[in-house]
Design a protein around this ligand. Structure first.
Ligand SMILES: [Zn+2]
Length: 304
């Protein structure tokens, strides 16, 4: 994917906590280390979607955990325009976040409502959120309690080294856009309606597949939706980019994870995010239609 050189970036949509020494949470080992990481990740994703993570004392939007500080000075110096996004991976993520939120701002306005922007927090090691504290093992996540996204960017390396993904900027964009899909679900009240439980047709899976579909919807509009400067930030998305996003979708499917990174056995009753095939299908549905209304996974009889 390529960014338009002369379009301004808005680094205020990112809160960079990476310089703050990893926050006040225990080490990865405290959660059981790498072996439990995936299980922890699945559980955390699931619980956080369903509001089941013990809610700590609510923290305000700009409040961060003990020992954590936000410093955007490096980002704001390095990431000024799309030209920087073409050469610097941090700036590319800023551009992607700007583009995603630009799309949803527009889409909400067109339907007569208002999109509320959500910041993405870059952290390393661990982080305290309104959904509790988390280590990097949980993977990127959205916390409905504070309506913010959290990501340790080491996850993108792990996608390649551990999940065997091809990687690439647009593959990362899919992951971020999926998390913003959860924010959209929170704003629309969808997340509140879901029932607990796992399984191939559970609400948890439908919610996740809808977030995949919303990611695809953004991707459909990414090269045309203007940001505040009036021009689109993203110049082009190639078929190779799309293939890389689909490759990631396939590698974070429940069946792939169970088979390759878990017990080796596929157990549909434990599905929380949908199979690889389903995740590819719903991202593709969003991408091909560009219409959020086509992402009604809750009414779909056949999830694919
Ligand atoms: Zn999700």
């Amino acid at each position: 994917m390529e960014f338009n050189d002369d379009v301004a970036l808005d680094t205020s949509q990112v809160q960079d906590m990476r310089g703050s020494g990893g926050g006040g949470v225990g080490s990865r080992v405290a959660l059981g280390g790498g072996g439990l990481g995936i299980v922890g990740m699945i559980l955390y994703f699931l619980l956080s979607q369903l509001g089941g993570v013990p809610q700590g004392s609510p923290i305000s939007t700009r409040d961060v955990g003990e020992g954590q500080t936000v410093s955007n000075s490096d980002l704001s110096k390095e990431c000024r325009t799309g030209k920087d996004a073409n050469t610097n991976s941090d700036c590319a993520l800023v551009a992607i976040i700007n583009s995603i939120q630009g799309y949803w701002t527009d889409a909400f306005a067109r339907s007569g409502s208002t999109y509320q922007a959500a910041p993405t927090n870059f952290f390393t090691g661990g982080v305290n959120t309104a959904c509790g504290s988390a280590t990097s093992d949980v993977g990127p996540f959205y916390c409905p309690g504070d309506q913010e996204i959290y990501i340790d960017l080491a996850f993108f390396k792990e996608l390649q080294s551990r999940f065997g993904a091809q990687g690439g900027t647009f593959a990362e964009a899919y992951v971020i856009a999926h998390e913003y899909g959860h924010h959209v679900q929170t704003l629309l009240g969808t997340s509140d309606k879901v029932k607990r439980g796992t399984g191939p047709t559970s609400d948890a899976v439908r919610l996740e597949l809808q977030a995949d579909c919303y990611a695809g919807v953004w991707a459909n509009h990414a090269t045309s939706v203007p940001t505040s400067s009036g021009k689109p930030l993203i110049k082009s998305i190639s078929q190779d980019d799309v293939n890389r996003a689909l490759d990631v979708a396939a590698r974070i499917g429940d069946d792939f994870i169970q088979e390759n990174l878990g017990s080796g056995q596929v157990d549909e009753s434990q599905f929380s995010h949908g199979s690889s095939k389903q995740r590819e299908r719903w991202f593709t549905t969003g991408l091909n239609t560009g219409d959020p209304a086509q992402c009604d996974t809750f009414s779909a009889r056949d999830l694919g």
